[in-house]
Design a binder for this molecule. Structure first.
Ligand code: FA5
Ligand code: MG
Length: 440
């Protein structure tokens, strides 16, 4: 869904907000995650984060409870999932931490990342610094304040963002790292990573996905001879860069620019690509707000920034029809991709029939669609394909009823009636007990 109000992919029904106003400094004692693991990763980010990383490693405590260890990344469950009102992170999300699909050369997300790196390396003579192992656990300050997201912006709500505690979130965009890297003096860089959002459920939205951030800073020398002002020069360069990238990745593809709003850029744009008979939003970008540059010691400069949705681009490139497939470990999926092979078209191993279940209930004030989706995903996991509001009315007493159609479908096998009925019963039970609604 292309939402003109920046990066909160809020749905029309998710407006019961709990805003946070506190800014937080990173507390290294509570979260100490050695996220850089491989030597290559360590060297690519050491220049920007050496002191922070050292501090993190020094304070690393032996975790008490279960620990995720994937590719050398250790994250304790207790550090992320807590039974407290200020924590809204389910286990399904915890298990995604550290998987780092973007660092797997055989995975479509990794193949795409490498192809984008190739484009930047060849177009800009290796001048873009690359970060792809920065910890996804960030402070509210990094995720929001540092990129000028207003205190009452919808994206800060518990409904849209995963909070570990009131000061710490799972980053909802790679823009969370912009300010810090700019302050370290980097002028051209790419940040790739897993990002997390509470969101609706359909074939192009998933609560964990991958973004690549790009930033390029210009100094007056760069634009003065062009006869344009800095912002116009940067906007033109940005579009040229991203159109070049789209051509590098896709060759000929139908695309269009739309104007939009982000708190951290002005002007701001989105790029859409025509895919499966619809316009699919694949990236947001713009000319960086001067305040961000000023705070990072770049007062006289201008810059552009972009944030690419890697799954969305990979869906178009590899013809992958459903975003859940990126998480599949089924060999019939994984074996179709290999290192450096861009644009191999995915052959669906078979299309299993969906099963639809409708559910109607009277909503309460606090009801949100994101909460509903979270409950359903918590029970059905990746067996849920889509959750769609199909009916909505308010009666004379002022009570509002919603009817949702849930599509269950496995990418890998046929589901049995019994299995789906059992899931649906659990969904009904939990929707009623957790969401404060009355089933009809
Ligand atoms: C942002 O996240 C901005 N930080 C991007 C940006 C960076 C703008 C720098 C300006 C400067 P947005 O919320 O639109 O913007 O997300 C960027 C891209 O992520 C989208 O275009 C889309 O491709 C992808 N995306 C967003 N939500 C999801 C989701 N739930 N599942 C998969 N991909 C998503
Ligand atoms: Mg957007």
């Amino acid at each position: 869904m292309a939402v003109a109000v920046a990066f909160g992919q809020s749905t029309a029904f998710s407006k019961a907000l709990l805003f946070l106003h506190r800014n937080g400094r990173r507390s290294f004692t509570s979260f100490s995650l050695p996220y850089s693991s491989s030597p290559a990763a360590a060297s690519s980010s050491s220049s920007a984060f050496s002191s922070a990383d050292k501090l993190r490693r020094q304070k690393w405590r032996v975790p008490v409870a279960s620990v995720l260890e994937r590719g050398g990344v250790k994250i304790a469950r207790d550090d992320v999932v807590r039974d407290e009102p200020s924590n809204n992170i389910p286990d399904t999300i915890f298990t995604k931490l550290g998987q780092q699909l973007h660092r797997r050369d055989q995975h479509p997300i990794g193949i795409l990342k490498n192809a984008i790196f190739d484009y930047f390396d060849s177009s800009y003579e290796n001048k873009f610094d690359k970060f792809d192992d920065l910890c996804p656990i960030v402070t509210v300050k990094q995720n929001f304040d540092d990129v000028l997201v207003p205190a009452d912006h919808v994206s800060r709500s518990y409904n849209d963002t995963y909070y570990i505690d009131p000061r710490t979130v799972l980053r909802c965009h790679t823009s969370a790292h912009q300010a810090e890297i700019l302050s370290k003096g980097h002028k051209q860089f790419l940040v790739t990573g897993d990002v997390y959002r509470r969101d609706s459920i359909d074939s192009t939205h998933y609560p964990v996905f991958h973004q690549m951030e790009g930033v390029r800073v210009f100094s007056p020398n760069d634009w003065e001879s062009s006869g344009k002002d800095g912002a116009a020069y940067a906007a033109e360069d940005l579009k040229k860069c991203l159109e070049g990238l789209a051509r590098h990745l896709f060759g000929a593809v139908e695309m269009r620019w739309t104007d939009t709003y982000f708190p951290f850029t002005d002007p701001s744009f989105e790029l859409e690509i025509y895919f499966q008979e619809k316009w699919l939003e694949v990236l947001g970008c713009g000319v960086t707000e001067q305040e961000i540059l000023k705070r990072s010691g770049n007062s006289n400069n201008v810059a552009w920034a972009f944030g690419l949705g890697l799954e969305r681009l990979a869906m178009v490139l590899f013809d992958i029809p459903d975003i859940r497939l990126f998480w599949s470990t089924d060999e019939r999926f994984t074996s179709q991709f290999s290192k450096g092979q861009l644009g191999v078209k995915f052959k669906p191993f078979s299309k299993f029939p969906p099963c639809y279940k409708d559910m109607s209930f009277w909503i309460s004030e606090s009801f949100t669609e994101n909460n509903l989706c979270e409950v359903i995903r918590g029970i059905a996991g990746d067996l849920v394909e889509e959750v769609c509001l199909i009916d909505n009315f308010t009666n004379k007493k002022g009570m509002t009823s919603h009817c949702y159609r849930i599509a269950y479908r496995s990418m890998e096998r046929s589901l049995t009636d019994d299995e789906i009925n059992e899931l649906q019963w659990k969904v009904r039970e939990q929707v009623e007990s957790k969401l404060n609604v009355v089933l009809r």
